[in-house]
Design a protein around this ligand. Structure first.
Ligand SMILES: [Zn+2]
Length: 438
């Protein structure tokens, strides 16, 4: 690992591709990045376009088991959710380790070097804590280690079934904790357990305003200061209606009133917002994580991406339900959805979309030193083939509008090679998925 030198035909520096870039890596970080130099004989040559590491800012690993099984037929978000609960009920820590390892390996093949895992399967299917109360979360962290990627475990507070405080029932029972105090104790133990896991860190999440009583939000915010905090926000109009009826304000306003919004907060989806919500989110510097594939898959609607960015919210992307794991598709989906919403082209250019898929996504998980190719940053590289049937003839500056996950050939994470010539270094990914999907 120490002392590696790479020479990229093209590398994405700052806001676009540069040619003939010498990349020097030591102890998992870039120590020198020099464009416009010929390849020295001792440097490994990287073909195609070398992008910074991609960050998948919103994942529920177990949803991968639903791909291609819920796409047909009628229904909405809520009927899909019933199918998702059935998969959740089939998982124990060993099965989840196998499934998540395969899912994270699929992410690695797609150039994802870091995942934000929004984790709420805390207990057994009957709602009893495991002997090791963090068994499921630790399985996810181990899965990321095996796949070779970094993880921010966004350990999720999920206490109620709806905004009226209804208790968790049925499949939701395993999402719970013994109140906020129970969650605080469990996540403190988790952070202790992961002190020596350099690929992992612990963040926090409010599942949604449905799942956490409003009177607990203030203490939650106070106890999670400085950590990444994520929250599902206004994915469905029904959530807004219930919140307005109960609290007399929108979910965004409720979170703002209790101090949950800030520059370390990431709002996931942010689909059905008022103009005031947009101003609140942007004004607090809240990052917004869009998941375009999932949002159209679940018939969610189109969120105001352009106004959010204009108001001050950095935009990142996630694959959420894993109907597909292709972060390049998610990135261009931000612009393509904005075109559908506004009937105008060109709100988000290639540099903004690559930033969403890289640096902003990493920062949303608390990895401020990743997602850029520059000295001092973590040495992540994602090589995208520039002469595939999909990408040949494409202007390298516009690669985000053409390439797919299948065009990723080589992936380096923290200086370690995890994908070579389109194959994972240690995992037969399709076979691992086949055996792990319930
Ligand atoms: Zn989600």
């Amino acid at each position: 690992v120490t002392g590696a030198r790479y020479h990229a035909a093209l590398a994405w520096l700052r806001d676009g591709p540069a040619a003939d870039v010498l990349l020097e890596v030591s102890a998992g970080r870039f120590v020198a990045v020099t464009p416009g130099v010929p390849a020295p004989p001792d440097a490994e040559r990287l073909a195609g376009i070398a992008l910074p590491g991609l960050a998948n800012a919103h994942s529920h690993a177990f949803h991968r088991a639903l791909r291609g099984r819920t796409q047909t037929g009628r229904g909405d978000f809520w009927s899909w959710r019933e199918r998702m609960y059935a998969v959740a009920a089939a998982l124990d820590p060993d099965r989840y380790l196998a499934l998540a390892t395969a899912v994270y390996a699929e992410m690695a093949l797609a150039g994802i070097t870091c995942v934000g895992e929004f984790h709420y399967l805390h207990r057994d299917p009957d709602g009893r804590p495991y002997a090791e109360p963090n068994a499921m979360g630790l399985a996810l962290v181990e899965a990321a280690r095996r796949a070779g990627i970094r993880i921010t475990l966004l350990d999720t507070l999920y206490l109620t079934a709806d905004v009226d405080g209804a208790p968790l029932a049925g499949a939701q029972r395993r999402f719970g904790d013994d109140g906020l105090a129970g969650w605080l104790g469990r996540t403190a133990d988790l952070a202790d357990a992961l002190q020596d896991a350099p690929h992992a860190r612990v963040g926090a999440a409010v599942h949604s305003v449905r799942a956490v009583p409003a009177e607990l939000l203030g203490e939650f915010a106070a106890r999670t200061t400085g950590r990444p905090v994520h929250v599902h926000l206004s994915e469905q109009p029904a959530e807004n209606a219930a919140c307005l009826a109960r609290h007399g304000r929108t979910p965004t306003a409720l979170l703002a009133d209790h101090g949950v919004l800030g520059p370390r907060t990431t709002a996931v989806h942010a689909t059905h917002l008022t103009d005031t919500d947009v101003t609140l989110l942007g004004g607090h510097g809240v990052t917004v994580c869009l998941c375009p594939t999932t949002e159209r898959e679940l018939a969610d609607g189109l969120g105001p991406a352009g106004p959010l960015a204009a108001a001050g919210s950095p935009i990142c992307v996630g694959t959420d339900s894993h109907a597909a794991i292709d972060l390049l598709a998610e990135a261009r989906g931000v612009e393509l959805h904005e075109r559908l919403r506004t009937r105008l082209r060109g709100r988000f250019g290639p540099a903004a979309l690559i930033r969403a898929a890289t640096a902003t996504g990493h920062a949303a998980g608390g990895w401020d030193d990743a997602g850029r190719i520059l000295p001092g940053a973590r040495a992540d590289l994602v090589c995208v083939q520039a002469d595939s049937p999909r990408t040949v003839g494409v202007d390298p500056a516009s690669i985000v509008f053409a390439a797919t996950a299948a065009d990723v050939t080589d992936v380096i994470v923290d200086g370690h090679r995890i994908v070579h010539a389109g194959r994972h270094a240690t995992i037969e990914v399709a076979e691992a998925l086949r055996t792990a999907i319930p």
